[in-house]
Design a protein around this ligand. Sequence first.
Ligand code: ASP
Length: 438
Amino acid sequence: MPLHHRILIGLVLGALAGVLVNIAAGDAPWVEAINSYVAGPVGQIFLRLLMMVVVPLVFATLALGVARLGDLGKIGRLGARTLVYFLLTTSLAVGLGLVLTNGLEPGAGITEETAAELLETYRGQANLRLEASAARDFGIDTFVNIVPRNPVQAAADMQMLPLIFFSLMFGIALTMIPAAKARGMMDFLEGLAGVVTKLIELAMKLAPYGVFALIFVVTSRFGWNVLGTLGLYAATVLLGLAIHAAVTLSLLLRFAAGIRPRRFWGHVREAVITAFSTSSSNATLPTSLLVAERNLGIPPQVAGFVLPLGATMNMNGTALFEGVTMLFVAQVFGVDLNLGQQLVVVTLSVLTAVGAAGVPGGSIPLLMVMAASVGIPGEGIAIILGIDRILDMARTVVNVSGDLTATCVVARYEGVWDAHRADPSGHAPVALESDSNG
Ligand code: ASP
């Protein structure tokens, strides 16, 4: 059976098993034991196998992507196109979120008691997350910190923006030294990228089990009753994400990238499932690169440039979620945000989506900082924490789909790709199945 079918089966079975166990046994000790000793560790090992390759992958693909472009003019043009695309689509996503939240008013139905109760339950967790995050100092230093003092340290702490900055500069400098001297380093980077790709293929062989375990842990522990209280809010976020993916991204795919959306979605499903089960753009980056190059046929110099940047900077789903959440929390706390303040929410959502780490719940600390800046208590964000994991899975799917869409659009505008280069069979990753013996 092809790998992508097995991954999908792992996802569905894991979700079903988790929900059933949750209904049948709730918080029985044996459920916790399974989660702590079997499902949890299996899921974590899969996640770590993917995370393990992220630092060398980002460094090798970005430096190589830039160096292969060869001259500064091309790099500048590609960079500018990519950033403009990121900003435009992220703003569209937030705008959509705000329109929906203003229309559906999910905050209106939440009573003061419910809000107080939710706040009470999740306040501690919210504060812990903020404490643990560098985001609490969001401000001018956030920009200064993009330039690392020590790239090895940035890599060790998995600070992606500084690592990206270093890798880009490294690639640029590589194009500026004589070709004879650069060759050795280029060969090294190509070797590194090759090895890392092999590691990803190996990790993905475990995906059916890893995905099963990750989903099982979430659904078996999830307090489904929060869905009752926060149902309309969750529905608003999910509706927004669905519209962004099915309408905005699909239109971009059709008209800007020139690929039939159905074909695209068929080609990227491993990345979509990985995003859904890991809730992490960073952990999904390896899989995204694999499907972009193998299934969609995007040239490595574009995929290796746009995807690593996108995994950290382009978060359509997160931005939409942030916009909806800010407005929702404002509605619950009876803070009326006028048009000007809503525009501030749009701007801040776009900026914080760039700054948010591509890890599970990466945007929560930034959301708290952002709340404070429009006059809503930062702690107020605590009321949505009970339901965040589910929304996180969904928004990460949109984040990653946004990155893959960006790659197609940018590659097409660079004149190096069109839909004919996508693997016609649509069943992939090709190499994952064909070279399993070698
Ligand atoms: N989990 C998201 C991601 O990795 C970030 C977030 O919105 O919390 O893309």
